[in-house]
Write a protein that binds this ligand. Structure first.
Ligand SMILES: Cc1cc2nc3c(=O)[nH]c(=O)nc-3n(C[C@H](O)[C@H](O)[C@H](O)COP(=O)(O)OP(=O)(O)OC[C@H]3O[C@@H](n4cnc5c(N)ncnc54)[C@H](O)[C@@H]3O)c2cc1C
Length: 404
């Protein structure tokens, strides 16, 4: 059996992987990325890019071509809807951002990174003797072997690289399902320039809708094990009755499991020895399931850490854990109530939009948010969020002792 030897093997060919690969190929390292699917591959995602994610793509990969975007090609911001029927719209700082078609944007980014991708090749396990990592992969039912000095797990929420290091982790965190249906529009008063989100405890843990390519997406997130069709039809009926959204029957359905949670409570997972975990596999997830910007930045930091480790002859975990603290701050700050009250950790100004409401509406919104948060009580995140927020306030950063 032939064995391919590289400096760095990346698992995944999405955004975290592209950003990581760019740093590594720029430094002249030999890098291969394994991607289990054939490229360009579909990715379940709304494709709403944050201003920071947009900057990263331009700075690292150049101007975005039109053919990697969905219609409408940009998004102005987010509209929150509350059970009291108050709606609050807020624009992204710096203007609208591109509405990415992940099938083509990820392919574009990975090509721009200069990495060699082995498509339809699934990572299946690794072993390390402390110097060389031997990786097993599978393509067309055949087993392949790779040898690398470093491995990067950029393989998303259900990361197999993470699983190979921490087999029990998958059972230690709560899992959520998200599902979205695509429906032709009969009538839709929701402004198509915004991403719409409902803080409604009776609809689901994460309920959204937006326009894409002349169809409306209606999506809902709920604890794993729930019935997507039931959740979805409940949301569809609500949108029809309360917002006048009339849609034809669903033509298409997509869904997947999500590891929502680790970033709220500063429980990231960054790997062991020369194996680094990054992107959503490491737990990066910003508010409103915005995961592209933190995938890009954390992936780039993982790549930089490898380069730094080689150049300065330092253990890569030590370098990575030091450099990644800035992205941890960015991401966990988005969930930190102290930062939300006294600062603005998001890239849209919710407080400014709230000030435009009457006092009565403001009170209704606060009451609705508190009611909505109660559905998250079973996960016992509240105290952890509060204690991490206080440590952040006193020490200026989140404790790295909570990371795996
Ligand atoms: C419904 C939904 C809507 C979302 N909307 C938005 C949004 O509007 N804006 C936003 O910023 N974020 C959004 N996100 C989140 C965002 O999609 C992710 O956070 C982001 O894609 C994470 O990037 P990543 O590179 O870490 O991992 P991923 O994008 O998950 O990429 C992982 C890659 O690894 C590959 N892979 C997995 N296992 C293996 C294996 N064993 N071997 C080889 N390859 C493997 C996968 O095929 C994939 O290509 C949304 C997510 C969902 C589910």
């Amino acid at each position: 059996m032939s064995k391919e030897k590289v400096d760095v093997l990346i698992v995944g060919a999405s955004l975290a992987a592209s950003a990581c690969a760019k740093r590594l190929t720029d430094a002249g390292l030999e890098v291969v990325a394994l991607e289990r699917k054939r490229l360009p591959r579909n990715k379940v995602c709304s494709g709403i890019l944050s201003p920071r994610g947009h900057r990263f793509l331009i700075e690292n990969f150049g101007p975005l071509p039109g053919d990697i975007l969905h219609e409408p090609t940009s998004c102005r911001g987010v509209t929150f809807h509350f059970p009291s029927m108050v709606s609050v719209s807020m624009d992204f700082e710096g203007g609208p951002t591109p509405h990415l078609n992940r099938k083509f944007s990820d392919y574009w980014a990975v090509k721009r990174s200069g990495v060699t991708v082995h498509e339809e090749t699934s990572f299946a396990g690794l072993e390390s003797d402390g110097k060389t990592i031997r990786i097993k992969a599978v393509r067309d039912g055949r087993e392949l072997q790779y040898a690398a000095r470093y491995v990067i797990g950029a393989d998303g929420p259900k990361s197999q690289v993470r699983h190979s290091l921490y087999p029990d982790y998958i059972r230690s965190i709560p899992w959520f399902m998200v599902g979205q249906k695509f429906q032709r529009i009969i009538e839709c008063p929701l402004d198509e320039d915004y991403f719409h989100f409902w803080f409604h405890p009776d609809l689901g843990h994460y309920t959204w809708s937006h326009a894409r390519n002349r169809r409306q997406i209606v999506g809902v997130g709920f604890p794993a094990g729930g019935n997507l069709h039931q959740y979805h039809s409940n949301v569809e009926a609500y949108l029809r009755d309360k917002h006048g959204v009339k849609l034809e029957s669903a033509e298409e359905l997509e869904g997947c499991a999500q590891n929502f949670g680790p970033s709220l409570i500063n429980r990231y997972i960054f790997g062991k020895g020369n194996v680094l975990i990054t992107g959503q596999a490491a737990g990066f997830f910003n508010m409103l399931a915005e995961g592209m910007s933190c995938a890009l930045y954390s992936g780039a930091i993982a790549g930089e850490s490898v380069v730094e480790s080689i150049q300065r002859n330092r253990p890569v975990q030590e370098v990575y854990r030091k450099l990644i603290a800035s992205e941890v701050k960015r991401c966990t700050d988005q969930w930190n109530p102290i930062r939300m009250i006294f600062g603005n950790p998001h890239e849209a100004d919710f407080k400014a939009s709230m000030r435009k409401l009457s006092k009565r509406e403001q009170l209704a919104v606060i009451r609705d948010i508190l009611r909505f948060l109660r559905i998250y009580a079973p996960y016992k995140w509240g105290r952890q969020i509060l204690s991490q927020s206080l440590i952040r306030l006193v020490q200026g950063e989140y404790p790295s002792s909570r990371w795996l």
